[in-house]
Design a protein around this ligand. Sequence first.
Ligand SMILES: *Cc1c(COP(=O)(O)O)cnc(C)c1O
Length: 348
Amino acid sequence: MFDINNILRENIKKLVPYSSARDEFQGEASVYLDANENAFGSPLDTNYNRYPDPLQYAVKLRLSEIKGVPARNIFLGNGSDEAIDILFRSFCNPGVDNVIIVPPTYGMYEVSANINDVALKRVPLTAEYQLDLDGIAEAIDKHTKMIFICSPNNPTGNSINRADVETLLANFKGLVVVDEAYINFSRQKTFIQELTEYANLVVLQTLSKAWGLAGLRVGMAFASEEIIEVMNKVKPPYNINEASQQLALEALQNVDQVNAWIKETLAQRDKLVLALRNFDFVLDIYPSDANFILVKTTDAKGIYNYLVSHGIIVRDRSKVTLCEGALRITIGTPQENETLIETLKTFK
Ligand SMILES: *Cc1c(COP(=O)(O)O)cnc(C)c1O
């Protein structure tokens, strides 16, 4: 059985969180003289002189409607990158504990581990970009606190077999973090619905990709109430600024617009794949459940540099484990994708 007390750091168990002015008084008043704010306003058209809601209740309420999960199971971070860092700081003792990652995968798990002085165990994906469950089982020791699974996976684009993730959830005594940054583009269903089933599950999502709000920095973690409480205790008191909260709330009313873009992105993805297949230098295009494709080429560096010289930037992933010769290409607007294809026609 999973017990959060077996994995929580002792200092975090005992931590008394910072209590802000807005924590100590909640409700409506006519005069606020409790937070040393500038009572006159801001030198802007909009006033931002008041501190934002530390727990972002209005945004969570709207997310709760969209995602079908209670607000108390939602954590908001300054990007999901902040949620990743807070998980490390809450559960991993520097210099003692370790986490498992399954490369090729998203780079921030490793960076966050390094910042927090937490050892990494790498269990590469199989040749089909799926989990090596035996390898993971062997890598787990008594100091393993988290396993990071990105699905759909960045940079490969494929989804990880659901049954394999469930095997980990059922057997691992630490946290299984399922990063669903690209779930909106996927045919697979989210793991959010499994929260009631698995107490050790953390699902990450973000407003940075399908929602088109990368500049606002709003990421989400969905987990049990006890995990969310720990994360709220550890986070900086006002981690999502007022402008981001207001704009995120406004954007979250426009579900239809986002769904229309997702549909268009998927249609463009199919079209781009067909067009890319015609080039001799394209060896393989991996099936994608995301808004990008991983393309194996004969000359990643050469194509990358050629595109840069024409003002087109893709991601060279050819130095990454199991991605030899590969470029990662984000799906753009129809016009951008057309420009890419036309430019590639003159390569070499
Ligand atoms: C882009 C990305 C994120 C980053 O999300 P932010 O909310 O912008 O911090 C997280 N995970 C994966 C796999 C990503 O590709």
